[in-house]
Design a protein around this ligand. Sequence first.
Ligand code: COA
Length: 445
Amino acid sequence: MTEVGIDGIEVRTGKLKLDLAEEFAPAQGDDPEKYTKGLGLNASSFPDVYEDIVTMGANAAYRLMERKGLEPEDIGRIDVATESAFDHSKPVSTYIAGCLEQRYPGTFHHANKGERKFACISGTQALDDAFNWIRAGRNRGRAGLVIATDTALYERDDPGEATQGAGAVAMLVDEDPDVAAFSVEQGYGSADETDFLKPDQQFPSVDGKRSVQVYLARMREALEDFESAGGDTHPDNFAFAPFHTPFPGMVSKAAVLGYRHAIRGTDVEEELVEEIGRQPRREAFDDDEAYLEAVTEYTDALAETDHYRDWYARTIEPTLTVSREVGNWYTGSVHLARVSGLLYAAEEGMDLTGKRLLVASYGSGAQAEIHAETVQEGWREEVGAIDIMDRVADRTPITFEEYEAIHDVHNRDEETDMEPLTTPEEEFVFDGWGRMGERKYTYVE
Ligand code: COA
């Protein structure tokens, strides 16, 4: 069967940068290492005054189309994944299509457009929709455009404030992809949870500590479900394991639990017997409490082994590089982790063709999904064209006071007039309001 997957990727970050150690921590009266070491974040990206989820998404999609030599008639669907939408009816994909149509003679009138919502996991769900549409043979030779775009803002002084971020990842889904082909096997862990939600409000109500536990619980279910679907989870069989990364510290918690689960009954567990013993098995304990205590002890010891540390340094750490500098991009975050791993591989001259990725997505509310991907021959050229690290380096640093003003600019309950801190060039920008309350956009040469 023809492979279907990601044929091209483009990434756009918000153009402003708040340094957490230099600006945020002192203003909060916190030790900077709480952020840099505890959460694993150095900085957050924010959109300038003229940027939002539409401009970031449209700018990423436009560069992707230009790079791949595509016209609107080559695209059969545009799915936007976001949890920062500003309209309960008209999807963000229509705004993005409207932007793109300013740049092409043709239109997207033939393209199916939608908006996917399920907290941070909807980018992965939108990829899945495009995959299924192509596999069902309904695409008539056209590709799907999936755009995960978010401005991840929290209420001021919420514990989540340090994890904010803004950016978009645009992905082209097609047959015979150049970057990565999706596995048919996938696993889910899904439950009705109230860890993070936005009931008719812009900023989330968050039970942060609980959200961490729910992430871990649903991820475990997804891993087991993936295995039950025949998915291979042996940790040494994957070049990278990109996780949803609300902050890198979350991934380090999840990775060791996933590793422990995946090495059970394998050669790796055997190799570690002399050093840390075998994994505790439930049947050897009288009660859950004693068993859980033994499991925690084993996990702590596992995390300290060279075996685990080497695996983490090889398979997980490279996926966190971009996230450390830009914060949480919600729907785009796991896709940024994939990009981060691939950028590292290109830089290191690794031969990734045919190698596998284990992709672990999560959205609060809550659902985790795990699937595998096989890296395709054209990956190096495609990844070489992604300029996100230059864009990250080019961001304009902002002071804490400027951050406060920018947070207000993007707060829908505040009326704030502020001059932009950067100058737009060759990009779509927010251009004011229309007569029905719609947001309007224009392209600046
Ligand atoms: N040096 C080094 N590490 C430090 C530190 C210091 N000076 N101060 C704190 N830390 C560590 C803490 O030990 C903790 O690590 P641990 O969890 O491994 O113990 C980490 O930094 C964060 O500190 P904590 O006090 O737990 O932070 P917090 O309660 O203010 O906020 C969240 C953490 C996750 C609750 C918060 O960021 C949040 O609500 N985020 C939004 C929701 C989210 O992203 N959830 C994830 C699942 S989607």
